[in-house]
Ligand binder design. Structure first.
Ligand SMILES: [Zn+2]
Length: 143
């Protein structure tokens, strides 16, 4: 989850939007509920669409290095083509400008995809610890 820092979470219970930390992102990734840092309610990402988007973020993190490599290759190829006489100076200039333009457009889109606010819903844990303790005490009392 190296490229996914900067994702925000919105607590449906206390209506606060906060920056998610790495361990919280990991908890969401493995679908384990975690406590809201403000209201201490147990939160989970219940929206399948957002969960899909969240899990696709790893792929978006690869877009940047991929685009840098691709752009460099195209720029070098265009220069060599011009040098070999396969491309005019204007053609080389047009191609290079186009590639740089596409490069920034793609990175902008990738950044937009990575800027995400997850709507976290408060969930009720199956059995709270207190309740489990009470059941255990009751059982011990019967013996
Ligand atoms: Zn909260």
């Amino acid at each position: 989850m190296t490229g996914a820092i900067g994702i925000k979470g919105h607590c449906a219970h206390c209506d606060i939007t906060f920056e998610l930390k790495a361990w919280q992102l990991n908890a969401i990734a493995i679908e384990v509920p975690f406590d809201c840092p403000y209201c201490q309610r147990v939160l989970a990402l219940n929206c399948p669409r957002q969960l899909r988007h969240f899990k696709a973020l790893d792929h978006w993190a690869l877009v940047r290095p991929g685009m840098v490599a691709l752009t460099c290759v195209v720029l070098i190829v265009a220069l060599v083509a011009e040098w070999l006489g396969l491309l005019s100076v204007l053609g080389q200039f047009n191609l290079s400008s186009l590639v740089v333009l596409v490069h920034f457009a793609v990175l902008r889109y990738a950044r937009h995809q990575q800027r995400l606010t997850l709507n976290l819903q408060a969930v009720n844990p199956a059995l709270p610890i207190k309740q489990l303790a009470r059941i255990a005490c009751a059982r011990l009392g019967q013996q």
